[in-house]
Write a protein that binds this ligand. Structure first.
Ligand code: NOJ
Length: 745
């Protein structure tokens, strides 16, 4: 009997997690049957802003052992806590293109959340996706590409949930800028909604993410958290999502419409600013049920979804008590850092992108003297946490600002890390750690090489920093960074520019300086900033990061902030490299670009339309061959399950052809056949990071799933594999194709 039940499940590729969800769902159903309406409403309604130890808290139900659920930010570590790790930001993790590292980072964040008794970690971020380069919160997510973002979502969720913490995929959906974020309508057409903005959420749901946070903005005219269309139709029905939808903080705008529209939990339960606060659920939801406006079955469904995730992640068994105290940090729980500084350093280091390196200026080889210039080389003299939620840009930049921040336990700045190395090497340092040009120039004059530190910051819109209300006001470096670099370069020494940035900046002025010989894109490295940088500057570790977005020559090459009630998303499918490729715009540094101290060769492209044995876990392994036409599989987490079938395998051999060890990210881009509707010329559909000794070769294996070869057919309302010849490009960046081939369907 049992065997007969299990067999079809196994054949259909069910995972253990799915089995445990089935059991958890049954347990949730049983627990639910004993609850009063008021208890159920308490499970779905936050207790109010600052009314509990976490940024979000719900009412406990002791009769079933259910606690006050603790929901806490955020995507780079635990917000409002001492004794936690300030990890590199999401964009730095994306910049590593290293799935193992991304998963380890997620796991370490999960361990810290668990250690403090946090049930739901409000991470990771797939929206904003980053269509607007100036968008204030792009750095919280992983990449301006849905494929890379989706893989990073899955790995981070797997990491967080592997230690029994519920993850939260946010922000669903279309929250691409801070300006007007609580009123703007993101008017996103069906195809780009599916092919760009929903894509990484599909990976999150396929990974069984416990919760999804609906966003502040409207989508096609309706607030996301009140929208039947985005929550019921798209998320729960089309994508087969079985977790719960929780609101961003005060992103709910109705009692009945939100409940019937698919929202399952409201946060924080009251308005931030109007005590006792407007409250849409709580007693108002109870009343709406009694009045017959919201079926009690809908409330049962909310509770069942929430309890099922709590059971599925074993949080009913010995989960640590909540000890975090967001409003009194010194009264908070234990130090939970463990050895996570190692993973923080590794991600920071492997996310560094070397953009320019003339005549092997780097790595440094025991220089006799070196000038370190710029305020970005030192920690804020008032301390790394001097500004609440990192809402200032003073000293070295290691994360953006807003709710997606954590307190630094310490911040290793570039100047102290370089000083230690210089002392060991016998290098004389000349330092000028302000942005004063004259002082910087005299430091440069006193050394054989000059290193200039500049940055660009952004964050969440509730804080304005130096005129930047979340979104950036331009794509220039802050604090006259271009002028500082020009003044230093004019001294005449070989000049190395190190940049900490939330996203693209326009580098044309810097590149126009003849003496700028190297540019190190150090991103948003978190607490281990200086150590990670020294690893790369001195060649202890070869740089291996690749840009997770395009750096343009001109700001006008990107879609920009919309200051209007509606954002019509006129750029359609053409964001980031898709836009540059389609419009024939030459980027300065393209998506996927990054240099190394060694060189790599690519050879032996092999394409087979049969699935390989083994696999990376992104697809089902029970299929072979490619059938043109629409997906037809049953629906499950992530949507139609045949979309995850591996339909083709591409391999190539990558060789380290240089003299030092290094890692290359082999990238696969697909072009759809001409029978498909107009589509970006190439789209990332695979990547593999390979660490290679000099002379060593390894095979890169890319498994293409049905979804990777499909477009969203708006007439059919289905993913479709078009007939014809698909272009396959394997190489070192989006514009550095080394091998090309064809898949014929
Ligand atoms: C608003 C932010 O948009 C969201 O990301 C965060 O989790 C909540 N505030 C709670 O702080």
């Amino acid at each position: 009997m049992l065997g007969a039940l299990l067999l079809p499940l196994l054949a259909a590729g069910f995972t253990e997690a799915r089995d445990s969800w089935e059991r958890a769902n049954e347990r949730a159903g049983r627990a639910l049957s004993g609850l009063s309406l008021e208890q159920k409403v308490g499970i779905v309604t936050g207790v109010g802003w600052t009314k509990g130890p976490c940024v979000g808290n719900t009412s406990p139900v002791p009769s079933i052992g259910y606690p006050s659920l603790c929901l806490q930010d955020g995507p780079l570590g635990i917000r409002f806590a001492k004794g936690v790790t300030a990890f590199p930001a999401g964009i730095q993790a994306g910049s590593t293109w290293d799935i193992n590292l991304i998963r380890e980072r997620g796991k370490a964040m999960g361990e810290e959340a668990r250690g403090l008794g946090i049930h739901v970690l409000l991470a990771p971020v797939a929206g904003p996706l980053g269509k607007i380069a100036r968008g204030g919160r792009n750095w919280e997510g992983f990449a301006a590409d849905p494929y890379l973002s989706g893989i990073a979502m899955k790995e981070t969720i797997d990491g967080i949930q592997s230690v029994g913490v519920q993850a939260c995929a946010k922000h669903w959906i279309g929250n691409e800028q801070e300006l007007r974020r609580e009123t703007i309508s993101s008017d996103i057409k069906d195809r780009e909604l599916h092919e760009l903005y929903m894509w990484p959420f599909v990976d999150a749901i396929k990974a069984d993410v416990a919760s999804v946070m609906c966003s502040y903005n409207k989508v096609n005219g309706t607030w996301a958290c009140d929208s039947d269309d985005v929550n019921n139709r798209l998320l729960k029905n089309e994508l087969g999502y079985r977790g719960y939808v929780l609101s961003d903080w005060n992103a709910q705008h109705s009692t009945v419409q939100s409940a019937n529209g698919g929202l399952d939990m409201t946060m924080p339960g009251t308005d931030f600013n109007q005590p006792p606060g407007s409250i849409y659920w709580g007693p108002n939801l109870t009343a709406a049920v009694r009045a017959g406006e919201v079926p009690e079955a809908r409330v049962n469904d909310m509770v069942r979804r929430i309890l099922a995730q709590w059971y599925a992640l074993d949080q009913d068994r010995g989960y640590p008590a909540t000890t975090i105290n967001s409003w009194n940090l010194t009264a908070g729980g234990p130090d939970v850092q463990g050895n996570h500084k190692n993973i923080a350093r590794t991600v920071a280091r492997d996310g560094i992108v070397l953009l320019k390196n003339d005549n092997n200026a780097l790595p440094l080889k025991k220089p006799s003297s070196l000038a370190i210039i710029g305020e970005d080389a030192i920690v804020n003299p008032a301390g790394p946490n001097a500004c609440p939620d990192r809402g200032c840009n003073t000293g070295t930049l290691a994360m953006g600002w807003g709710s997606g921040t954590a307190d630094f336990p310490y911040l290793v700045d570039p100047v102290s890390a370089i000083s230690r190395r210089a002392a060991a090497d016998g290098t004389t340092l000349a330092t000028s750690t302000t942005n004063d040009q004259a002082a910087g120039a005299s430091a440069a004059a006193a050394a054989s090489t000059a290193m200039v530190f500049i940055n660009a910051d952004s964050g969440e819109g509730y804080i304005t920093v130096e005129g930047n209300a979340g979104d950036r006001i331009n794509l220039d470096p802050w604090h006259s960074g271009n002028e500082l670099v020009a003044a230093i370069a004019a001294v005449g020494k070989p000049t190395i520019v190190v940049i900490h940035s939330v996203g693209p900046i326009i580098l044309e002025s810097i590149l126009a300086q003849q003496n700028v010989v190297a540019i190190v894109w150090a991103g948003l490295p978190g607490q281990e900033s200086g150590n990670a940088l020294v690893d790369v500057l001195y060649g202890d570790v070869n740089p291996s990061g690749k840009l997770p977005y395009t750096i343009a020559k001109s700001e006008s090459d990107y879609p920009t902030i919309v200051d209007a009630p509606n954002d019509p998303f006129t750029e359609g499918l053409y964001i980031d490299y898709r836009r540059f490729d389609a419009l024939n715009i030459a980027p300065r540094y393209e998506f996927g670009f990054g240099m190394s101290y060694t060189t790599f060769g690519f050879k032996g492209l092999d394409i087979s339309s049969r699935s390989a044995r083994g696999g990376n876990g992104y697809g089902n392994r029970n299929s072979s061959g490619i059938a043109a036409g629409p997906a037809t599989g049953r629906r499950g987490p992530g949507g139609r399950q045949d979309l995850f079938d591996i339909v083709a395998t591409v391999t190539a051999t990558v060789t380290n052809t240089g003299r030092v060890q290094g890692a290359e990210v082999a990238q696969l881009y697909i072009s759809l056949p001409s029978s498909a509707p107009e589509t970006p010329p190439r789209q990332l559909r695979g990547f593999v990071k390979l660490n290679l000794r000099p002379g060593q070769s390894r095979k890169a294996t890319f498994e293409l799933r049905r979804r990777d070869l499909s477009f969203w057919d708006v007439a059919l309302q289905e993913w479709v594999v078009p007939r014809g010849n698909f272009g396959v490009q394997v190489g070192a960046s989006s514009r550095d194709a080394r091998l090309t081939g064809t898949i014929t369907v």
